[in-house]
Ligand binder design. Structure first.
Ligand code: APR
Ligand code: PHB
Length: 430
């Protein structure tokens, strides 16, 4: 098999990248380790930044999202018995969209099918070869056989447990990690949401979050020990603990019911640098993990692949590898800001069971009190929560997505990617 870009992983990063590349006239093949049913049933977060929704619309994936998603103009922070609403619309004239990642994944796969993009299901990449040469390839296992996908470039979009990051030489990679001493116990319940908007609650017993998927599907989380077993938590126990951590006026609207899903998520911040080695480029969870506070994971995967598609388009359009050379630095600049914001929100809103002392608690309270009293602080929150702008190297300024490589382009007169030393005609793919 041969293609221009071999994409490892069919999660949001890999799927969206293949669509952005397709839009730019670049071929890709997506290798996905899991079955389609498995990928389409994973439950993840559900808050889309405005840049994410713009990007999805730019590849004609906006229809269902705009019809079924909910635009939220603000979010609530509950602490000390009061609730502070951060008004995004007023502060930064932006909003977020509530639309589950599970739905996004459905839309991505439907669009890929529609556009004839090859997804090889149940194909596990086992190695990336010759990534520093001109002809890299991905070795993968399918149906008990070993196969090879030859390509010009490899996009490692295989999540936190994939092979791509491991394929980078150890001595080249620096990793940065913070493991938080707690997890989130989350449930889905077929009950109306407690509020029209999300509530993030800081409480002496620990953090709680009220979120939603739609009018009759709510998503709730409470901070729990990192090694908690969800089966130890009855639904009643969960609802009682949630109610304890929420302000009274919210509890008055809490409608409980049987959970239809219950799971524990550990919280971790992690970044691997650089995000590129030779012709292997990492994107999404393969390169970085954020704790779910602030819901940045999916949104970062989207900005990475917008940057990456733009860089690869430049290669095929002009033969220049400038964009690819700059990809890691540019992507990491945005990544670190989201890592900072999600770390900050996590630190401010959770109780740290092992190290929690009076000083840390007072600092968290001071952060919240500062937010409450400062429009500047609220603007900063709103700007980060709704999503920092994309910044593409080619434009040198905040991007208009139309500059980001989304326009349909002719594939004629393309040059193949050089390794920075020259150009050669593109080989037909098939
Ligand atoms: N070969 C092929 N596919 C693989 C391999 C492999 N060796 N290893 C992992 N994969 C697949 C996984 O099965 C998964 O479908 O790569 C995909 C990675 O998808 P995600 O984990 O969803 O990561 P990403 O696409 O970067 O999306 C990031 O999703 O994980 C959430 O919280 C995260 O919201 C964030 C977003
Ligand atoms: C969710 O709806 O699952 C969700 C919302 C906001 C977060 C994390 C998760 O910060």
């Amino acid at each position: 098999m041969r293609t221009q870009v071999a994409v490892i992983g069919g999660g949001p990063a890999g799927s969206l990248l293949s669509l952005l590349l397709h839009r730019a006239g670049i071929d890709s093949v997506v290798l996905e380790r899991r079955s389609r049913a498995y990928v389409l049933s994973r439950i993840r977060a559900g808050v889309l930044e405005h840049g994410t929704t713009d990007t999805l619309r730019s590849v004609r994936l906006g229809d269902r999202m705009d019809a079924e998603g909910f635009g939220h103009d603000g979010v609530n922070l509950a602490f000390g018995g009061r609730t502070l609403r951060i008004d995004f619309a007023d502060l930064v004239d932006k909003r977020v969209t509530i639309y589950g990642q599970t739905e996004v994944q459905h839309d991505l796969y439907d669009a890929m099918d529609d556009r004839g993009i090859t997804i090889v299901d149940e194909a596990e990449a086992t190695a990336v070869e010759d990534m520093t040469g001109e002809r890299p390839s991905v070795v993968f296992a399918r149906d008990g056989r070993t196969e090879r996908l030859e390509c010009d470039w490899v996009a490692g979009c295989d999540g936190q447990y994939g092979v791509s990051r491991q394929a980078l030489p150890d001595d080249l990679v620096a990793t940065f990690e913070r493991v938080y001493p707690f997890g989130w116990l989350g449930i889905l319940s077929e009950t109306p949401p407690i509020d029209d908007e999300l509530i993030y609650a800081h409480h002496p017993r620990g953090f709680a979050l009220c979120s939603m998927r739609h009018k009759m599907l709510s998503r709730y989380y409470i901070q729990c020990p990192a090694d908690a077993d969800p089966t130890d938590w009855s639904d009643d126990h969960f609802w009682d603990e949630l109610a304890t951590r929420l302000p009274d006026e919210a509890v008055a609207h809490l409608q409980t019911g049987p959970s239809i899903e219950k799971s524990v998520t550990p919280l971790r911040s992690f970044v691997a640098e650089p995000m590129r080695h030779g012709r292997l480029l990492l994107a999404g969870d393969a390169a970085h993990i954020v704790p779910p506070t602030g819901a940045k994971g999916l949104n970062l995967a989207v900005s990475d692949v917008v940057y990456l598609a733009s860089a690869l388009r430049e290669v095929y359009d002009s033969g220049s590898t400038d964009g690819v050379d700059a990809y890691s630095d540019h992507a990491l600049r945005r990544v670190w800001k989201a890592v900072r914001f999600s770390w900050w929100m996590t630190t401010m809103l959770h109780r740290f069971p092992d190290t929690d002392d009076a000083f840390d608690r007072r600092i968290a309270e001071a952060e919240l009190s500062y937010l409450e009293g400062s429009r500047a602080a609220q603007r900063s929150f709103a700007e980060n929560y709704t999503g920092l702008p994309y910044h593409l190297p080619s434009s040198g300024r905040c991007s208009d997505l139309r500059q980001a490589g989304h326009g349909a382009r002719s594939t004629a007169h393309r040059t193949a990617p050089g390794s920075g030393t020259g150009q050669r005609p593109v080989r037909p793919t098939g």
